[in-house]
Design a protein around this ligand. Structure first.
Ligand code: FES
Length: 176
C-alpha cells in the first residue's frame, strides 16, 4: 500500500500531462494537422509560382516564339562548300553544327548525339556526320541515324539566309 502511494505524482507537481483534458488534446491534434496542411499548401504554392508563371505566359502567347529566337551563325562568304561551322543554339549550352552541303544548300543540327550525348562532328573527307564515341553516323540531309547505336535523328535547326548571312530561327519539332 505504501509503495503504490509513492508512485503517484501529486497533480500540482505535474504540469505536463494532467493539465490537458482528453477533448482538448484532440483539438490540439486537429489544429496541428491544419497548421501543417496550411504550411504545406503555402510552400507548394510558392514553389510552383515560377512554373505557373511560365505556363501562363505560354498559354497567353506571351512567351517568345522560336521564330523570334534569331541567331546569326556566320556570313555565307566565310563557309566554303563542304565545310561546317560550330555554334550554340538556342542556348549557350546547346552545341550545334551548320554544314554547307551545296552552293545554296545548308543543314544545321544540334550535335549532341542522341545515344549518349557525345559531340557529333562533320567529317569533311567522308562528307558525313560522325559520332566518334561508338561510331554513330547520321545523314547530313535529314539528320537520321544511318549507322551505329543511335536510334533517333539529330534535332534539326531551321535556317534563314538574309543579307549575306545565315541565321538560326528555331529548332524543328520531332516528327512522330
Ligand atoms: S554517343 Fe554517339 S554513338 Fe554513342
Amino acid at each position: 500500500m505504501e509503495n503504490k502511494q509513492k508512485m503517484i505524482v501529486p497533480k500540482q507537481d505535474d504540469n505536463y500531462t494532467h493539465n490537458i483534458h482528453r477533448d482538448n488534446e484532440r483539438k490540439l491534434d486537429r489544429r496541428g494537422f491544419m497548421k501543417t496542411m496550411a504550411g504545406a499548401v503555402g510552400v507548394f504554392a510558392v514553389a510552383s509560382l515560377p512554373w505557373g508563371t511560365l505556363a501562363a505566359r505560354e498559354l497567353l502567347g506571351l512567351a517568345p516564339k522560336q521564330e523570334d529566337n534569331l541567331l546569326k551563325i556566320a556570313d555565307i562568304a566565310q563557309i566554303g562548300i563542304g565545310e561546317a561551322v560550330n555554334f550554340t543554339y538556342p542556348s549557350k549550352h546547346d552545341p550545334a553544327l551548320l554544314v554547307r552541303i551545296g552552293k545554296d544548300e545548308y543543314r544545321a543540327y544540334q550535335n549532341s548525339c542522341p545515344h549518349l550525348k557525345c559531340p557529333v562532328f562533320w567529317n569533311k573527307e567522308q562528307q558525313e556526320l560522325l559520332c566518334p564515341c561508338h561510331h554513330g553516323k547520321f545523314s547530313v540531309i535529314t539528320g537520321d541515324p544511318i549507322a551505329g547505336p543511335p536510334k533517333r535523328a539529330l534535332p534539326e535547326i531551321k535556317l534563314k539566309i538574309e543579307g549575306g548571312a545565315i541565321y538560326a530561327t528555331g529548332v524543328k519539332p520531332y516528327e512522330i
